[in-house]
Design a protein around this ligand. Structure first.
Ligand code: ATP
Ligand code: FE
Length: 348
């Protein structure tokens, strides 16, 4: 099977062509960072317009890269939620148009399911496994038992870690996106100099909290500020190291707890931009070594938003019997534990 995938739920416009044997024939991702930069965050209206303007060309580019025509495809997969509704709608409308024009089957995909099934695309991972999804917008543990069988074991009750990295970078006057710049500073810092809290570690369960850490960093910065001189370089590095260490500690300890509830897991897999963090990766790798469990981190381009994961999830859903018609709805919210049948129908 060969599927076209369409993704437009956040600030990346993407299209991809993927085969059921796991070959990614094309994957086009067009970011919108420059469009939103001046506003200090993603502006939904700007995102929606950019998706509407660029989706067609992204799909054309993906088909050209793959050397295929629409008629060579076996199906179309599209992100039907969750996300910014304008963008999701653009994608769903395009998919419906293409499906109507070609007669190809169309499958709606939950964006989070796309992330969660990626280790099966890259490594053919077997069910069940534990997925830690950590990005700019999401933070959750998912037990993955099947193509449409996810159990959320816990997650952040406030900010996602990527959001916290970005805000900390802003507080410390470091460039955006914050993850890479905080990581670079932290590499030169002493994580032990400033003690930061480890939120919710004293509570049972897998829920996490990161907004308090951000506030703690703000306070630390103000304490370290030296009148006209601003923040000393070494203070900034030590604050970054302390923050990154705290995030890594919380994620690792909560992962240990999540894994305790899944003794039958074949692996721990990660996805999302924050999974690129070297400290977090090292800590999770060490945890898995200790527990004699496989640790799987897909290549970064497949960890962050892309359409190859959507095409793949579409193939998996299609193979398991899923098929959506013109009544497919775009959903701004769509918790993963709500299983597939809810997708078909009027959305009421
Ligand atoms: P979502 O995919 O959940 O809608 P998103 O598009 O913001 O949200 P991603 O593209 O997966 O998420 O990841 C971007 C986030 O990852 C940013 O917040 C960025 O700061 C963070 N990030 C990237 N690299 C690193 C790193 N090395 N360390 C920590 N965070 C990082
Ligand atoms: Fe995402």
């Amino acid at each position: 099977l060969t599927f076209l995938g369409i993704e437009s739920s956040c600030d990346d416009t993407a299209a991809a062509v993927v085969r059921s044997d796991g070959t990614i024939m094309a994957s086009v991702v067009e970011g919108q960072t420059a469009l939103h930069a001046a506003f200090g965050g993603v502006v939904p209206e700007i995102a929606a317009r950019a998706h509407a303007e660029r989706l067609d060309t992204c799909v054309e580019q993906a088909l050209t890269q793959a050397g295929l025509a629409l008629t060579d495809l076996d199906g179309i997969a599209v992100t039907a939620g969750p996300g910014l509704i304008g963008g999701v709608l653009s994608g769903v409308m395009l998919a419906k148009g293409l499906a109507l024009a070609t007669g190809l089957p169309m499958v709606g995909v939950n964006h989070l399911a796309g992330h969660a099934l990626t280790p099966r695309l890259t490594d053919g991972l077997k069910f069940p496994y534990l997925m830690l999804l950590v990005s700019g917008g999401h933070c959750q543990f998912l037990r993955v038992d099947g193509v449409d069988r996810f159990t959320r074991l816990g997650g952040s009750i406030d900010d996602a870690p990527g959001e916290a990295f970005d805000k900390v970078a802003k507080i410390l006057a470091l460039p955006q996106p914050g993850g890479p710049s905080v990581q670079a500073e932290a590499a030169l810092g002493d994580a032990k100099r400033f003690p930061l809290p480890r939120p919710l570690l004293d509570r049972p369960g897998c829920d996490m909290s990161f907004s308090g850490l951000k506030t703690a960093v703000l306070r630390l910065r103000d304490t370290c500020m030296t009148g006209l001189g601003g923040l000393r370089a070494q203070d900034r590095r030590d604050i970054c190291a302390a923050f990154q260490g705290a995030v890594a500690d919380v994620l690792t300890e909560k992962t240990r707890r999540a894994l305790l509830t899944c003794p039958d897991a074949t692996a721990l897999a990660v996805a999302g931009g924050v999974a690129a963090n070297v400290e977090i990766r090292a800590r999770l790798t060490a945890l898995c070594n200790e527990l004699d469990l496989r640790f799987l981190a897909p290549p970064l381009a497949l960890c962050t938003d892309n359409a190859a994961m959507i095409a793949w999830a579409g193939i998996e859903r299609f193979q398991s019997g899923a098929l959506d018609g013109m009544e497919l709805v775009a959903r701004p919210r769509w918790p993963l534990d709500q299983t597939a049948p809810a997708l078909i129908g009027s959305g009421k």
